[in-house]
Design a binder for this molecule. Sequence first.
Ligand code: HXC
Length: 282
Amino acid sequence: MSIFKDGLLKDRHVLITGAGSGIGRGMAMAFSSLGAHVSIVGRREEKLAETAHMIEETGNKCLFRKCDVRNLDEVRAAISYFKDALGEPNVLVNNAAGNFISRTEDLSFNAFRAVMDIVMQGTLHFTMELGKSWISGRNSGTILNIVAGYAESGSGYVVPSAIAKAGVLSLTRSLAAEWGKYGIRSIAISPGLVPTEGSITRLAPTEELQKAMLNRIPLKRYCTPEEIADLASFLISDAASFINGDVVTMDGGERQWLSGQFNFLDALAPEHWDLIRSMRRG
Ligand code: HXC
């Protein structure tokens, strides 16, 4: 059951990239259930059709178009397809991502290019195409980018993604300052790990690694696509109309845990705490 009022997003036409699965699909379903028109793109047509079908089963419509966000011609074709059918999207969600775990010295330039082009270039393609059109048509709009905690901190073993997400975060903040005067808001969500098909098995391929990842999340569970979708619904709604340039973290406290020097003491056994207590003076 949604905590939001019916029709919250009824004036929105939301274009979501990478909506054939995971967080993108979760957002498409949530936005549509709140009255938004939803148009989705992704690289795999059958996955997009699946998302559209799930939305149609709820009685709503969803337009989809196969599009590799790296390819500007395909981006332009997708935008004009959606525009012809439903009018220009007034909300853009840059969600499409690629990532893999690797030692940086093992990566080819092509591997860097694959991830950076999807994350950074893909975001730029949609942002510039829609943003310029909103400005020239004197229309307002909202850009919501999906980043990651390491967009701020950097991280080894996911370096192409870290570089690209840092760029997307900077784009978010830069455009918030520059395009706010046109009524265009630019915001970001920084989710913790969401165990979807594309993420956890690729980013933490063994059970041991998955356990280690879970252990450093204070709330001891992963984020769900529905939780991200609820946050996103709020951020693209009128209720958040004064939020611009901010990144909202939803990671169960993981970033906070990672930044505290002694938080690793979580792993101490009770007898170690007894020992530490016995060392107190008085
Ligand atoms: C090292 C790799 C690799 C890997 C591919 N490459 N996979 N290098 N480790 N695991 C190299 C290839 O050898 C090739 O270089 C180059 O990358 C391009 O490979 P392609 O397969 O042609 O790329 P492409 O089809 O464009 O797809 C790349 C991809 C893909 C988008 C990254 O793996 C993919 O579709 N992934 C699924 C989406 C995904 O990753 N989602 C996770 C997002 S989750 P050479 O030199 O050989 O040509 C996320 C959340 C993180 O980002 C935040 C957590 C908190």
